[in-house]
Write a protein that binds this ligand. Sequence first.
Ligand code: ZN
Length: 164
Amino acid sequence: MRLFITKCFEFEMSHRLAGHQGNCANLHGHSYKLQVTLETNTLKRLGMGIDFSDVKKLVQPVLKKYDHVCITSIDNKYTNKPYIQVNPTAEMMAADIMSIIKDELAQYAELATGVRVHKITLWETSTSYVELVNENESWYVTTDSVASVQELIKEEEENETHNK
Ligand SMILES: [Zn+2]
């Protein structure tokens, strides 16, 4: 048997995807739905793996980073908040969210007894979502080929000059 504990969150964010050939290159927004699934092998005294309110605590830094922000470029001049170095796609955001929650769990050692992140599910629209499962680190190898936002914006600017 395996026990999974999931809590859902919602946040609003605007972004654009540098280098995209379609509408995603334009500034636009989404109402994201985030499902954080933890796995535990230890039930504590009250019969809980982890209190849902503690899951909320673990996810606060994610919401602080992504809720009501506009992630458009590397300087992120609209928010002055930390940004991610790659395009803010659902895939890259899910990876970032996974790593934030892993860090939080490490900090709350007491809550985290026997608890690990199992899966991050991130809905970008009501019909599109990604799931990132914490199974092995090999997925991260492929991120070596992911371009930085800096690179993509530079390419966009070059193409613009080219087309003038
Ligand atoms: Zn989008």
